[in-house]
Write a protein that binds this ligand. Structure first.
Ligand code: SF4
Ligand code: SF4
Length: 214
């Protein structure tokens, strides 16, 4: 367990400041994402160093269309998500607590070493919501950046401004945030798409297909 980096102590426990839910967590309680637990007024990131999914994927699967095409990335995930979409393809790991699934112990250094050993140019934080394991992602991303690897974030983007990664979509975050080289919001959750504008700037008709027929 690792102490969380964005929270404040309260009389009953702690309030998590990582995402807009701002969960007020009592002692021994957990936040909505199930990944953060309060103990004696300290908030812990429960899944730090415990990835539940590890794979080598084509970068196009992230899905990035024109970013380092033809290359492969080390895809990594811990349990947890701060949303609960009905269509979630990974609900068996996004909607459970860290102790509910098999996981392995892997330090950030070991993740970066593994990536270098296999000759992979990038690491993708994916499958669940990487922001619910922010501390682990941050430590890996900084090490990977220093070694010349690229960081790819696949996220629904439901996060507060301060921990928002550098170079991702959205308002400019502070330098403390982790470095990201590519960012892809999961399509249906992207607020800009819902408002009729896609992240690439093209207009997007949000009406159902039936309604768009002439
Ligand atoms: S990251 Fe988790 S614990 Fe923190 S505010 Fe969001 S849902 Fe709550
Ligand atoms: S945001 Fe992504 S990981 Fe989370 S519930 Fe929705 S589809 Fe699943």
């Amino acid at each position: 367990m690792m102490e969380a980096r964005y929270y404040e102590k309260t009389e009953e426990g702690a309030v998590c400041l990582l995402c807009p839910h701002h969960c007020r967590i009592k002692d021994a309680g957990r936040g909505i994402c199930r990944s953060r637990k309060c103990h004696d007024g300290i908030l812990y990131a429960l899944s730090y160093g415990k990835p539940c999914a590890l794979a080598v994927d084509p970068v196009e699967k992230k899905p990035l269309n024109r970013y380092m095409p033809g290359t492969y990335c080390l895809s990594l995930s811990c349990t947890g998500c701060n949303l609960s979409c009905r269509w979630c393809q990974n609900s068996d790991i996004s909607q459970v607590a860290p102790e509910d699934v098999d996981s392995t112990s892997l330090s950030p250094e070991a993740v970066v070493e593994m990536c270098l050993y296999r000759g992979l140019p990038s690491i993708a934080y994916t499958y669940t919501e990487p922001f619910t394991w922010w501390e682990y992602m941050y430590d890996i991303a900084v090490l990977a950046h220093d070694k010349g690897l690229k960081n790819i974030l696949v996220s629904a983007g439901y996060i507060e401004k301060e921990p928002l990664p550098r170079n991702s979509c959205g308002p400019p975050p502070p330098a403390k945030a982790p470095p990201m080289d590519a960012c892809r919001r999961q399509r249906r959750n992207c607020p800009r798409r819902r408002k009729g504008r896609s992240p690439n700037g093209r207009t997007h008709d949000a009406r159902p297909a039936q309604a768009r027929k002439p």
